[in-house]
Design a protein around this ligand. Sequence first.
Ligand SMILES: NC(=O)c1ccc[n+]([C@@H]2O[C@H](COP(=O)([O-])OP(=O)(O)OC[C@H]3O[C@@H](n4cnc5c(N)ncnc54)[C@H](O)[C@@H]3O)[C@@H](O)[C@H]2O)c1
Length: 365
Amino acid sequence: MAKDPVCWMEVNEKEAGSKYVYKGKTFYFCTPRCKETFSTSPEKYLTKLEGDALVERKVVIVGTGGVGATFAFNLMISGLANSIVLIDLAREVAEGHVMDLQHGLSFLPPSQIYVGDFSDCRDADIVVITAGAHMKPGESRIDLVRKNVAIFKELIPQIVQYNPRILLIVSNPVDILTCVTQKLSGYPMNRVIGSGTVLDTSRFKYLLAQKCGVDPRNVHGYIIGEHGDSEVPVWSEVNIGGVPIDDFLDHNARESQSVKEQIFNQVKNAAYEIINRKGGTNFAVSLAIMQIVTSILRDENRILTVSTLLHDYYAIHDVCMSIPTILNRNGISRTIKIKLDESERAKLSSSAKVLEDVFKSLDFD
Ligand SMILES: NC(=O)c1ccc[n+]([C@@H]2O[C@H](COP(=O)([O-])OP(=O)(O)OC[C@H]3O[C@@H](n4cnc5c(N)ncnc54)[C@H](O)[C@@H]3O)[C@@H](O)[C@H]2O)c1
């Protein structure tokens, strides 16, 4: 027996009133009317079958270095995608990761994991791009811009010729590469997302939680702007379980300021500190990517600080950077205008200027 994806009736395949092939899968309907309804908007009805085996979820990972491979492992364990495709210029490395991952599948719900090529992006829900150079000790994210823009100029056209639904950019400098991808792909802005400051916000919450002696999940706050040296902590909105941070800390103003500076510096310099010790970051960033991918695949409407093209956000135009954004099956649903005090607004505007200047130097229209 199959399930009609529109009315959810059980349908005997042999007696079905109608059938329809979508993304290589045959769906059966109790009436032609159900089929007609389904064919106008199949994704809508597949979403309704959340958790049902009928939902095909395919994620392609381009770039299987430290970040891409760790994300592939997290995604496999989550059981969220039934097809995971790995692509890397160094094909043998991708093959090695695939074999290693496949050997764990007997412990997990079934999924397909394989090495692919760009044609595998054809019916992908999300293509996660982690390809390119990474920061070496002493380098900033912006220092990577020339190398990685050159890689993206080759990569993006090869991916978008197969029209995958959503592109998620992780490679650095992530805000610039999100903008570059937007231009190269011609996709509408909801379908191009940068991982932005989702990781920085998580670092911020963790460090604040340590200071306050609470679970990081009860810390509410955001790091916005560039994923990089000009990023901005929104202290005016930080609260611990609903209590404003200054009240929770209960310090005098000078002590409070010093705690805040210390925490923010640790957040801003976290990648440098880790890279100096182990050459790269991979664990927390892949969990950050998981949050974004989960919210899209499960249509969760979660609010995350991803990088997106801003229009008239506190007078910022045409710059990709991070602000709290609702993510669902369509990618970016909408951005949220949070309250910023005067100094936060000024810092956000300086952060936008940094990115604008870098982007202008690249000679894109
Ligand atoms: N946005 C974030 O929060 C965040 C966090 C950590 C790392 N990063 C960035 O992610 C990127 C990857 O980091 P990493 O540590 O995994 O680097 P890595 O050097 O370990 O891996 C990069 C991979 O990309 C592959 N690659 C290069 N050019 C390619 C191409 N044209 N097509 C396909 N594959 C290609 C390489 O073969 C390599 O396997 C870097 O740019 C890094 O700065 C971003």
